[in-house]
Unconditional design. Structure first.
Length: 630
């Protein structure tokens, strides 16, 4: 061992119970600190992943669900698609099994942290302390509570496991360890793209930890792994070119230094704590850690260099993203700082009592500050998820109690909208779409997906028609459940304006009275039209407004060339249009003649110049979502 680790302390001897305690303490601390994370339900992006299973009907469907590039070209079959597909198929929307899996993965990460840190430093105390310090950091709040962040704990499992196997290869010379390392590394790409940096981590271990006479051979053994990373990067870039705008826009300029400074502060203090005490403690922690690092390097104890390299190497892919700085991006880089701090703690306990007391004081201050913030964050995630749970289970109960009727929600705030409604919480778990009362558009200020709010908010005239025809029931959000207030609304329905709607959602059953009889039955989120179909809308209020048609054009319609689209209002034709290019979503805007301004009702006739037949023999034209005056 001394031959391989020339700059490490000799491993101390420990009792059996001491070893058990050192390995068990981090897991016990995890459960104590983040227990609320076991009780959290689904929220936000979780509902997008929960919708995958409904599209899997065959083995090709499964392959598509697992490996088709998603947002930003990501392909994460293990940590996102496969995780949700497997657990939803087994447990439905019971969140506890998902949470147990997340916590078991974190526990495995903790065991690997203890093993690697002890192997490098020779100290079991350093390993156990590193695992506890990593667990305590506020950056784990998101991954300890949000299923969609599972990739941030599964990726370190692959990185740490590959590192442990490489260490064993270096220690024993057995090629089997190298091959297992290569396999684990390759599988890690299915967890998170940051896995691409693993060869650099392994090289850093060789340069800073391994004996000089072994470095050449070990570095050469990493060449194939670097090749795999390069190939993966090129394929990923081909699937998802670097974005030039939006939150994931890449900027290779001086902003990298600012982003690094933000993450450095977030690594040593609670993420959203701007108090003076927090700032002062940050400078104390930063000075102590940097001083220890410099002292270790000056004494040629270069293992500290590996810990620092881990932080910088795994953080590097996030530094060019100044518009998307997130606490959970620190989850993997923090492993390096935690191992460095753990080794500092072990070193202090080898020195006189004054060093021990000072170190214990620093540790107490750090844990006290972090644990307080962690508790608040965990409760925030729990409350947020329980609100989503109340919405989903309440809507499910309401639909069961009122079959055939549409559920309309009242009293929804921006916060409640953000926990899942904006992410299609209801349709993603197999429920009918739920709509919102007319004033919701003025009350809710969505942080994400504002278009969704526009699609599901009813106009006053539509709600009045629905209540008078017994088509809808209205529930109000009441904390962790929904309460039926239909009677209250029915009593005052006559006060709702009987104004014609300016917007029709083709799939909304409450808007169906505005559609002509030729439309086909509604399907989840859309409705087919035949060759010609009609819809009734209010006229425009000014010449600046136009007619907007939004929908989807299938491949079958464009196989023989562009599709001709004609629109007439009250028998007066508008300028013709065509849908061409690749099949997909379309949005067409038509100018309207001034003679239509102020008309209470107008009939819009939409027609296409060709149709195709489906397996049921229906002649289909276009898929429609929205028809509106804007």
């Amino acid at each position: 061992m001394a031959e391989l680790y020339p700059n490490s302390s000799s491993p101390a001897k420990h009792t059996h119970w001491g070893i058990v305690l050192a390995w068990a303490a981090p897991v016990a601390f995890l459960l104590w600190l983040w227990f609320d994370g076991l009780k959290t339900w689904f929220v936000a992006d979780d509902f997008a992943w929960l919708s995958l299973l409904r599209n899997v009907h065959s083995f090709p469907d499964l392959l598509h669900a697992l490996f088709a590039p998603a947002a930003q070209g990501t392909i994460r079959p293990w940590s996102e698609r496969g995780f949700f597909l497997l657990f939803e198929s087994l447990f439905g929307i019971d969140s506890l099994p998902y949470r147990i899996c997340v916590f078991l993965t974190i526990a495995a990460d903790l065991a690997l942290i203890v093993w690697i840190t002890r192997r490098i430093t020779g100290s079991l105390l350093a390993g156990s302390a590193a695992a506890i310090l990593w667990t305590a950091n506020g950056a784990l709040a998101t991954v300890a509570a949000w299923n969609s962040a599972y990739n941030e704990v599964l990726c370190p499992f692959f990185l740490l496991t590959a590192t442990a196997l490489f260490i064993r290869y270096a220690e024993t010379g057995r090629r089997s360890y190298w091959w297992w390392q290569a396999l684990v590394f390759t599988l890690g790409f299915g967890a998170l793209e940051v896995n691409v940096v693993y060869p650099a981590l392994a090289a850093a271990w060789v340069l800073f930890v391994a004996a000089p006479e072994k470095r050449r051979k070990l570095l050469l053994s990493l060449v194939p792994l670097f090749s795999i990373s390069v190939i993966y990067y090129l394929i990923h870039r081909a699937l998802a070119p670097l974005p030039k705008d939006g939150p994931y826009a890449v900027f290779l300029d001086s902003r990298i230094l600012h982003t690094l400074a933000v993450y450095w502060q977030g690594a040593l203090r609670p993420w959203n704590d701007a108090t003076r005490l927090s700032r002062d403690l940050f400078w104390i922690f930063a000075f102590a850690l940097v001083a220890f690092f410099i002292r270790q390097m000056a004494k040629r104890r270069h293992s500290a260099g590996f810990f620092g390299a881990w932080f910088l190497i795994t953080l590097a892919p996030m530094l060019p993203l100044p518009l998307h700085i997130a606490d959970y991006y620190l989850t993997i880089p923090l492993l390096g700082l935690a191992m460095l701090a753990g080794s500092a703690l072990a070193e202090a306990f080898r020195r006189p009592w004054v060093w021990r007391i000072a170190t214990i004081a620093l540790l107490a201050a750090y844990l006290g500050e972090m644990i307080h913030a962690d508790r608040i964050a965990a409760r925030w995630w729990l409350d947020r998820s329980q609100a989503a749970r109340g919405l989903v289970l309440g809507a499910a109960a309401a639909q069961k109690a009122h079959p055939g009727k549409t559920i309309v929600l009242d009293g929804i705030t921006s916060d409640i909208y953000g926990v899942g409604i904006g992410d299609s919480v209801f349709s993603s778990v197999g429920l009918d779409e739920v709509y919102l009362t007319p004033e919701s558009a003025n009350r809710i200020h969505p942080g994400t997906n504002p278009a969704k709010l526009e699609h599901i908010t009813l106009e006053a005239g539509v709600l009045r028609h629905a209540l008078s025809h017994d088509q809808a029931v209205i529930y109000i959000e009441a904390g962790d459940h929904l309460r039926n207030v239909t009677g209250v609304w029915e009593a005052s329905a006559s006060r709702l304006p009987d104004a014609p709607p300016r917007r029709v959602e083709a799939a909304n059953p409450l808007d169906a009275y505005l559609l002509g009889p030729e439309w086909f039955p509604s399907e989840p989120g859309f409705r087919w039209m035949p060759r010609r179909a009609t819809v009734h809308l209010a006229g425009p209020k000014s010449v600046k407004e136009g007619l907007v048609l939004e929908g989807y054009c299938p491949d079958s319609q464009l196989a023989s060339g562009p599709l001709g689209l004609s629109v007439a209002i009250d028998g007066v034709p508008l300028a013709p249009s065509k849908i061409g290019g690749p099949a997909g979503d379309f949005r067409k805007v038509f100018s309207l003649p001034p003679s239509l301004i102020g008309k209470p009702w107008m009939e819009v006739a939409i027609s296409v110049d060709k149709v195709f037949r489906d397996q049921a023999g229906r002649e289909l034209g276009l898929v429609f979502g929205t028809i509106a005056i804007q």
